[in-house]
Design a protein around this ligand. Structure first.
Ligand SMILES: [Zn+2]
Length: 246
């Protein structure tokens, strides 16, 4: 392990166009429950009902109950973890090119990273589907105490910025993420199992364009064979060890 850490330190010291690609495992260390796998949210809530755009457009009460009971309390309470702050540190050092995230909790921005590409949207960004008016999570939660689904002052329906199942990924974010993968010198995977598209395609793009590929994830991923370094451990722990010289 120590050998891998010092190897990674070396790579980071010679990189100045790092793309940090973060997934559910990264936010899990901030207490945000993961979706897939045993004990994940989707084992309790069928995503085809609670997080599907077609169901949502017909009857959004499923989604909003899920938001009220499971998402709001968790995201409201969550704070950036050590890993988030290491990425801010890397940005200050001029080494970080972009953060590309599959997470929808806005914790990278809260930690202080300025250039974050969100592939699956952002739950904190809520707006009216009729007039576009923005609402905060707190405002929406207050509305949910009174009525579900919550309504805009114009009478329109609200929606969070999360990309739901059946909804296309935001094209601009997707294109920016691909460009970031093409132009980076280190593609650093943090807490993503790299199973879901487009996560699965990004490391290949980076590698093909000459970047180093480092994967830090609790479990093995399908891209491990392609990687220069694989560390099966907590991403925040490994990042802290690198920055703190541990
Ligand atoms: Zn409205």
């Amino acid at each position: 392990m120590d050998e891998k850490i010092s190897e990674l330190k070396k790579i980071i010291s010679t990189s100045d166009q790092i793309v940090a690609f973060t997934g559910a495992g990264f936010s899990a260390e901030s207490g945000i429950s993961t979706f897939r796998g045993a004990g994940g949210l989707w084992s309790k809530y069928d995503p085809d009902i609670y997080a599907n755009i077609n169901v949502f457009m017909q009857d959004s009460t499923y989604y909003w109950n899920f938001f009220k009971d499971e998402r709001y309390p968790v995201i409201k309470k969550a704070k950036p973890n050590d890993g988030h702050y290491v990425l801010v540190e890397l940005e200050k050092l001029g080494k970080l090119y972009r953060v590309v995230t599959q997470n929808i909790d806005g914790l990278h921005q809260e930690a202080g990273n300025s250039d974050v590409i969100e592939l699956h949207g952002n739950t904190r960004k809520i707006n009216c589907l009729s007039c576009g008016k923005n609402y905060t999570m707190d405002e929406t939660y207050k509305k949910l105490q009174k009525e579900i689904p919550p309504k805009c002052s114009c009478g329109g329906n609200l929606k969070t910025g999360t990309v739901l199942f059946g909804e296309p990924l935001p094209q601009v974010a997707l294109e920016m993420a691909k460009l970031a993968a093409q132009n980076c010198d280190l593609f650093l995977v943090l807490g993503s199992s790299l199973v879901v598209y487009p996560a699965a395609s990004m490391p290949r793009i980076a590698k093909k364009n000459g970047a180093n590929l480092v994967i830090i994830n609790i479990d093995p991923t399908p891209m491990d064979e392609m990687a220069d370094i694989v560390i099966n451990d907590s991403a925040s722990k490994v990042l802290s060890a690198i920055i703190n010289g541990g």
